[in-house]
Design a binder for this molecule. Structure first.
Ligand code: ADE
Length: 227
């Protein structure tokens, strides 16, 4: 899978790329590349944004700047792009990321993520160059970079062999394997700490009982309001 992230702050991804599962994905031939629209801006002084028509606070990413960046990267008029690949703008009002969407995106060969900054994107970027908008929650971040990292994290860990143990991405919170419910509780040594014991069934060595207990716990959690 090849993911291109268009961002004015490519350095923000240095830490993320160094994470074990992301590095694993790269080693397996997947790619996560940052593209800085400032590098191809047609404007003098490296300008990339402007004040909004009609007034108001903040700055808006310019459509001509984003067009130049997409054109330079893909060699086509970016209005063609949404037919060829998913071009996803990160916005607070987009479709909310969940496990099903992460799985869907993990099935793509190519992804393009556009990070907004300041007040966001000129609307024509969203209308003409993007296939969709994605939100990581109903709150406003200062930019799309953290949202892009959250999205890449949720997607990359679904790729076969990226996590240490493949099974760990199968039976986890909100996955089809658990019927979309939150994951069951986990415990490790010590078996008793300050009189707080680990449930007996987990120490029993009885795999079928463990499996049933876990499913039951997962279902109970689905009904519980989370703390
Ligand atoms: N950009 C700013 N806020 C965002 C959010 N909540 N999700 C995705 N992108 C964003």
């Amino acid at each position: 899978m090849n993911i291109d992230v268009f961002t004015l702050f490519p350095d923000a991804f240095t830490w993320f790329r160094s994470q074990r599962h992301v590095a694993n994905a790269m080693q397996q031939g997947h790619a996560l590349e940052c593209v800085d629209p400032r590098a191809t801006t047609p404007l003098r002084w490296g300008q990339v944004d402007d004040t909004p028509f009609g007034g108001g606070a903040g700055m808006v990413l310019r459509v001509d700047v984003m067009e130049a960046a997409l054109r330079a990267r893909y060699g086509v008029d970016p209005v063609e792009l949404p037919r060829r690949r998913r071009v996803i703008a990160l916005t607070p009002a987009g479709r909310q990321l969940d496990d099903a969407l992460a799985s869907e995106l993990a099935g793509e060969e190519e992804l393009t993520l556009l990070c907004g900054r300041y007040e966001g994107f000129d609307e024509r970027i969203l209308e003409r160059f993007c296939s969709e908008q994605l939100s990581i929650g109903r709150y406003v971040l200062a930019g799309g970079e953290l949202a892009a990292m959250v999205t890449c994290d949720a997607v990359l860990r679904k790729l076969p062999g990226v996590l240490g143990k493949d099974a760990s991405a199968v039976e986890e919170s909100f996955s089809p394997a658990l019927g979309g419910a939150p994951e069951y509780p986990h415990y490790t040594r010590p078996a008793d700490w300050r009189g707080w014991p680990v449930p007996d069934v987990l120490l029993s060595g009885h795999h079928e009982n463990v499996r049933r207990w876990r499913l039951e716990q997962s279902r109970l959690r689905a009904g519980d309001p989370l703390p």
